[in-house]
Design a protein around this ligand. Sequence first.
Ligand SMILES: *[C@@H]1O[C@H](CO)[C@@H](O)[C@H](O)[C@H]1NC(C)=O
Ligand SMILES: *[C@@H]1O[C@H](CO)[C@@H](O)[C@H](O)[C@H]1NC(C)=O
Ligand SMILES: *[C@@H]1O[C@H](CO)[C@@H](O)[C@H](O)[C@H]1NC(C)=O
Length: 462
Amino acid sequence: MNLYTLISASVVVVLAIFFSLPLLNPTYWLSLNLKSWLWIPIPSSSLSSSPVIADLVVRNGVIYTSDESLPFADSMAIHNGRILRLGNFSFVQELAADGTEELDLGGKVVVPGFIDSHVHLIYAGLQMARVELHGINKKDEFVRKIKEAVRNAKEGSWILGGGWNNDLWGGELPLASWIDDITPYNPVWLNRMDGHMGLANSVALKLSGISNLTKDPEGGTIVRTVDGEPTGLLIDSAMKLLLPYIPEDTVNERREALVGATNHALMRGVTTVVDFGRYYPGVSAELPWEDFSDVYQWADASKKMMIRVCLFFPMETWLRLHPYADEPHNYGLQVTESEILYNITMASEKSGLQVAIHAIGDRANDLILDIYESVVSTNGMRDRRFRIEHAQHLAPGAAARFGRQGIVASVQPLHLLGDADTATKKLGTDRAQKESYLFRSLLASNAPLAFGSDWPCCCFRL
Ligand SMILES: *[C@@H]1O[C@H](CO)[C@@H](O)[C@H](O)[C@H]1NC(C)=O
Ligand SMILES: *[C@@H]1O[C@H](CO)[C@@H](O)[C@H](O)[C@H]1NC(C)=O
Ligand SMILES: *[C@@H]1O[C@H](CO)[C@@H](O)[C@H](O)[C@H]1NC(C)=O
């Protein structure tokens, strides 16, 4: 897979907007002493005020505090969603009064909310309502899932889904012919789990005008049989030939998706996510902006935002976050060569925004580390928190550079094997070897680490 296609698909810059529910008060996090390099805002007013009466006392639990001076406690007192006190029951009980509710946990474990450092929240919610192909390890099962979806679909409507990984059934790439006879009246589009390719059935190919005469677009491949007929697989920018024919998700669908994904996250103890939005190779950079106003701001205003979200936007739209009066036409970035990447990283420096660059594979990581290093050597050290997304496959020596340069290594452990064959040649594909190499070398480097699921590319099933 082309290195620059991977990088250009995925350059994003952060907008420092954090949505949060008042219930998850920052003091809660503060009292649990989470690592201070995270972006948790602490309003000064909340530090001085200390309500004295608990509305809830939780007892008889194994409460992990992340605080070295008291790593575990069995009770805690809570007021208005905020932890007032942790300790033994009699100590905590001092803050109780007549109306205080008491909850006996019967020895259950309590931990601070998890932070998932890399998700695509709305896309994940939409995916939950679609054909779910994660973990499918047999061709028959793949076909059965589509059959089931067709049964519930109206004639002519698109059947969408994804998450398949051909490595799980031995490597053979799926073909339109697997599903053509069961989907004669419905166009079908099924993403691979990494989002870099997908399978269309023949109805979908026809509808989007893809035939043996269609040329491969730059940065993409229409996979073909020896006779030159499209097999149904479209790789990278070839997906652009089809995606415009899929009807847009309505505002309501996207809102429901956010709420559904949020509930799913909360049920698994995830209370904060870093969200890279619905930005994929081949889709418009406008999508994150539409989601921002249609969905996130709606959820925030209507008190439906139940988790904290740190939302990233495509780098090519960064000027909207911080427009330059003297460069109104600079909307940058058509092709992402490393010089352009360097230039745009330098430019967004001036805005003070956090830069995150996706780089899958050892060479891509080295290249981005070089770019970050030159930015720092030109502009000097400061607190930038540069991130590299998908820092799973690193060349020997690269982990140490993350530590030395203070670059946040954003790792999605579930991709370790998924990306392994396409992304790197230098290490073997033995999972244990890769995991231990990655974690040992990153931990030894003292690099700031951010762990994410890349949901829905990888489901989190804790
Ligand atoms: C309960 O916690 C308080 C405050 O830390 C301490 O002074 C007290 O000795 C503890 N009581 C017991 C029974 O451990
Ligand atoms: C493309 O397909 C059409 C219809 O199946 C066929 O007639 C034509 O010969 C094919 N062209 C090439 C270049 O393979
Ligand atoms: C990068 O910036 C330099 C200095 O402003 C400029 O000379 C160069 O043409 C830029 N390169 C690209 C590819 O835009």
